[in-house]
Write a protein of this length. Sequence first.
Length: 153
Amino acid sequence: MRQAFREAGLRLKEQPDFRGWLWVHFVSDAGLFSQGLRLGSLSKLAGSTSDFREALLTGRELLPLLKARGVDLRRHRGGVLLFRAPTWLTAPALAWLTAHVAPMRANFAAHSDPDAEEPREVCRDTLAEARRLGVAVPRLEAAEPSFAREVTG
């Protein structure tokens, strides 16, 4: 299989800790989704420095959750760099990229459904896991009204 990808001109990058890599991306999504849900959809994050700042700070506060789950953050330096870097640098960069780089702009624009369930589930699951493990996540908790299940009946 690897040979087929190489022959097609694709470079492979394998993740030695695939489980940790997935957790890093799940938590990253929770940070972005929580802010997107506050705004009505992820597409509304595009171009907004202040909203990216809040999403990054939410992701940063979720790093202890990764540790509590047993993820070795040293093995995922690149994946968590965005959350550890100063937001005065990263938030404007992400805002600019999502406003001016066509593939990034299109990716965020595609997430425009205010009723999408996936972002809500990611946030609910992340918050439930933080609570289960006793990890404080005040920003995600503050966003909970945006993704909590509606009580019926």
